[in-house]
Design a protein around this ligand. Structure first.
Ligand SMILES: Nc1ncnc2c1ncn2[C@@H]1O[C@H](COP(=O)(O)OP(=O)(O)OP(=O)(O)O)[C@@H](O)[C@H]1O
Length: 487
């Protein structure tokens, strides 16, 4: 048999035909359970899952059609083929209307039975894949590429390739924002289940009472609000990969249930007795030290050993030499340019929020930048000021404005602008100079802020500062001060 075996449930009160069908299908390598009545079949279906059911239409007690109806009502996931001794078009039509996928007349050739079961199983598989795809599409984000060439990241890439070849659980440890989810996706994309679902769940983002039903699914009426049955993420990820982020936050009470799936692939939805089986590759991530959590009694030791078969420690960004510039080049839109001073500051900063924080800083800078040039003024003060020689420099830029203020030409050496107003001793240019420098000083040297306060564009402020400093960068006169635009 080239195709994988079918898990089959045969329900027929005629012992001879049932036994010979079961024997034939078992000999062909399929897993067959056979029972003589519908009630027994229902009991089994509550506990176990099957790919295909072959039901005799006419049985004493509950008929095959009634059994089909119950399956439909209870939302049991199985494809049903109806068998009858007196096959008529009407009975076939009513069975199909009730959700049977096929119809066979008794006695049927055993070869036909297998052929029809394969077709039914294919349909079962397609329906399942369809459900999975819908769930995955609604959750998926575009795959992210792992940017960086530092030695420590190269080591991570090497590990990704290695662990991708197995189906064993992987534990990714690293600070928040270091790219644990990107690594999980990279493992999945290099694995043999790359075309299968990649489903993610973040244990920290879910209220404790929802984690169980989200992971394992629930039966209709299992708890208040469970108005319909819902498959869990393990079922959605069946055949593929489930990425469990922040696994350290998984409530202790649920840890044995996770251990069970990891051990034999079996699970039960909340409020349901039926055991289901899944084949899911688990990738877990944490920014906590799980061993410490084990020592503290917050995480089960057996589960820790189970998920920690293969582990990847993701280095923080500050330990990835050379990668900051690579990440800037990757995330900065092509039309933008970041000057050397800004790049130096970015490289000095220790990035406690790692790559996520770096992306946010770049996004912010592109919004604040004049034209397409990113300077120190476009970076947050904690980035600019980190590691600078003086704790609170009066000016943050290296332009002439700094020179002026360091040379004692700041606004404090002149009268307050309000005292100058209306005094014919002062020329308009002098009043403007004092006012502009005062505003700049009030803004701690932040030119973007000063320009905003002055109601002029930042480039206009640069030109004024150049002029006050005697730099003849252009031929602007005092008219510059009239009618500025706010950035
Ligand atoms: N090496 C990398 N190359 C490109 N982008 C990256 C890299 N590492 C992380 N990112 C990006 O940084 C952001 C954060 O990454 P991710 O969510 O994978 O981090 P995490 O470690 O899972 O964070 P948390 O612990 O908070 O869940 C995402 O936008 C991701 O695409």
């Amino acid at each position: 048999m080239t195709e994988s075996p079918i898990k089959l449930l045969l329900v027929d009160d005629e012992e001879d035909s049932r036994r010979s069908s079961a024997k034939w299908m078992t000999r062909k390598g399929h897993t067959v359970t056979d029972v003589s009545n519908a009630a027994e079949a229902l009991g089994l279906l509550e506990r176990e899952s099957f790919d295909v059911g072959v039901f005799d239409m006419n049985m004493p007690g509950m008929s095959g059609l009634e059994l089909l109806q119950r399956i439909h009502q209870d939302n049991i996931d199985i494809e049903v083929i109806m068998l009858t001794g007196q096959g008529t078009v009407e009975t076939a039509v009513s069975a199909m209307k009730m959700g049977a996928c096929d119809f066979l007349s008794k006695p049927c050739a055993l070869g036909d039975l297998e052929h029809h079961c394969f077709r039914a199983r294919e349909r079962h598989q397609l329906k399942k894949e369809n459900k999975q795809l819908k769930a995955v599409i609604s959750r998926s984000q575009p795959a992210a590429k792992l940017i960086g060439q530092s030695k420590s990241l190269q080591e991570v890439s090497r590990l990704i390739e290695k662990v991708a070849r197995t189906t064993k659980p992987v534990l990714i440890q690293g600070e928040s924002g270091t790219g644990k989810e990107v690594v999980a996706k990279a493992i999945q994309q290099s694995s043999h289940v790359a075309d299968k679902p990649f489903v993610t769940v973040n244990c920290a983002a879910l209220p404790e009472n929802l984690v169980e039903s989200e992971l394992f699914g629930h039966q209709k009426g299992a708890f208040t609000g469970a108005t319909a049955e819902k498959p869990g993420l393990f079922e959605i990820a069946d055949g593929g990969t489930l990425f469990i982020d922040e696994i350290g936050e998984l409530p202790l009470s649920l840890q044995p249930k996770l251990l069970r799936v990891l051990e034999d692939g079996s699970l039960r939805r909340v409020g349901c007795h039926r055991q289901r089986n899944v084949k899911v590759r688990i990738i877990a991530a944490t920014n906590r030290d799980l061993q410490t959590e084990v020592n503290r009694g917050n995480f089960r030791e057996d589960l820790f050993y189970r998920i920690n078969v293969l582990s990847i420690a993701l280095p923080p960004l500050r330990d990835r030499e050379g990668d900051i510039d690579r990440l800037i080049d990757h995330f900065l839109p092509r039309s933008y340019h970041m000057d050397d001073a800004a790049r130096d500051a970015m490289n000095r900063y220790p990035w406690p929020g790692n790559i996520r924080q770096l992306i946010n800083v770049i996004d912010r800078a592109t919004i604040l930048a004049d034209e397409f040039d990113i300077t120190l003024d476009d970076l947050p003060s904690e980035v600019v000021d980190f590691g600078r020689p003086s704790a609170k420099p009066p000016m943050r830029s290296n332009t002439e404005a700094t020179t002026m203020m360091e040379a004692g030409q700041d606004s404090t050496s002149s009268p307050h602008p309000s005292e100058m107003l209306g005094n014919s001793r002062y020329q308009l240019d002098e009043i403007a100079r004092v006012h502009v420098l005062k505003v700049l000083e009030d803004q701690n040297g932040n030119k973007a802020g000063a320009a905003r306060k002055l109601g002029i564009h930042r480039r206009k402020l640069y030109r004024l500062l150049d002029r006050f400093n005697g730099v003849t960068s252009d031929n602007t006169d005092t008219d510059e001060l009239a009618g500025g635009s706010v950035i």
